[in-house]
Structure formats: structure tokens, C-alpha cells
Design a protein around this ligand. Sequence first.
Ligand SMILES: Nc1ncnc2c1ncn2[C@@H]1O[C@H](COP(=O)(O)OP(=O)(O)OP(=O)(O)O)[C@@H](O)[C@H]1O
Ligand SMILES: [Mg+2]
Length: 218
Amino acid sequence: MGLTLELAHIYKAYGGQQVVTDCSFTFEPGGTYVIMGPNGCGKSTLLRIAALLEKPDQGEVKFLNGGNPIEPDINLKRRLTMVFPRVGVFNTTVAKNVAYGLQIRGVAKSEMQARVDSALELVRLTHKRTQRALTLSSGETMRLGLARGLAIEPDILFLDEPTTSIDVANTKIIEQVLRRISQDKKLTLIIVTHDAAQAARFSGRLLFMRDGNLVDHL
Ligand SMILES: Nc1ncnc2c1ncn2[C@@H]1O[C@H](COP(=O)(O)OP(=O)(O)OP(=O)(O)O)[C@@H](O)[C@H]1O
Ligand SMILES: [Mg+2]
């Protein structure tokens, strides 16, 4: 089975400003979680902490496999993937951008090819595979970021505002991909969004960040 992610009493402050306050939450394997909340309430910070990209001031980020705790080492970190709101690309082709994360994970060439192909197909960028990534539109770049995350086949995929400042057509493609993944339940999806209508379109647990903590959205 997949990974359980458990946040236990997480605190984080920046320069005296408390951003995350005693946040505890358990993300079950295969679940879909949508986190909403106003600008600056700490959503991205919490996501970075949960993805082990940043350390909390206090509290613990725990990962469990079938109830057994797992060391937060490099192997575990490779099972987590974050898609950032501003996707950074390398100055090479679209396909090579997707392949990069697999190369550093030592995935065999034939397997890599297959995963790149299917990820590009899923986000409908197959026809752009040899185009230089820096020449993609912003919507296409976001789709590339999603393809890159999916190709890694992580246990947990974190998405920070995957459709912000992206037009309707691109948003639709991204939502379709995410809904499909959500239904497969092969990985845990943790999505931060500003868009309440979008949040309602995912059949996941809706959460709200309030006073530095996650609460169920009513
Ligand atoms: N590395 C950092 N150094 C200093 N302050 C930070 C840092 N990261 C975040 N902050 C501050 O923490 C607060 C929460 O930021 P965060 O990006 O987590 O909010 P958010 O909910 O994601 O906001 P948005 O909806 O605008 O993306 C903000 O006031 C931000 O300026
Ligand atoms: Mg943010």
C-alpha cells in the first residue's frame, strides 16, 4: 500500500509572524485533499513542510507504510513530488524536461521512454515533445509541470495552485487529468487552490486553512 502522511503539531513562523500553528492532520494513501484559504494564510508553507522541502519550527512530519514509520531519507523524498505554481523549465525539449526527474532516479531508458510518452499523452502535449520547453505558453508549461510530476509516479503528488493564471481550456485539461488520477487512487493528491468552484469539482476531502491549521470546509 501507499504512504500515509501524518502531520503532528506543526508550527512555523517567519520573522515573528506565526504562519502554521499546531497543525495536525493525516493524509491517507490514495486520498484526494483540496486545501483552500486566503492569500498568505500559509498553504504553500504547509505544503513545503509536508513535502519535506522545509523544516517546521516544531512538530513532526511522519510517513508510514502499512502502519510502520519510514525514515525521511532520500528514498522517501523521491516518492514525493511537488508541482509548483510557477513551473521552472530547463532549456531543452519538452520530452527531456519530463525525463529529467526519471534520469536522476536512475530509471532505465526503455521504462523512461514509456513513462515520458504516457505522461505527455495524459496532459496532451505529445505533439510538443521536441519543442523547446521555454517556448511553451504558460498553460502548456503548467501541463508540462504536471507531466513531469506524474512521470515520477510518486506516492504523494503535491500541487500548489495548479491552474492559477491559466485559461479555461488549459484548466480543463489539468482538472481532467487530476480527476482521473484521483479516481485511480494509486497516489495521494494534495491540491491547493483558490478556486472554490474547482475544489467542488474534485471528489475529495475539502479543507480550509484557518488560524494556521487545517479544518474541514463546511
Ligand atoms: N521563506 C519565507 N520567508 C519569510 N516569509 C515567508 C516565507 N515563506 C512564506 N512566508 C510568509 O508566510 C506567509 C504565508 O505564506 P504562504 O506562501 O504559505 O501563503 P499562501 O497561503 O500560500 O498564500 P497564497 O494564497 O498567496 O499563495 C506570508 O506572509 C509569507 O510572506
Ligand atoms: Mg501559496
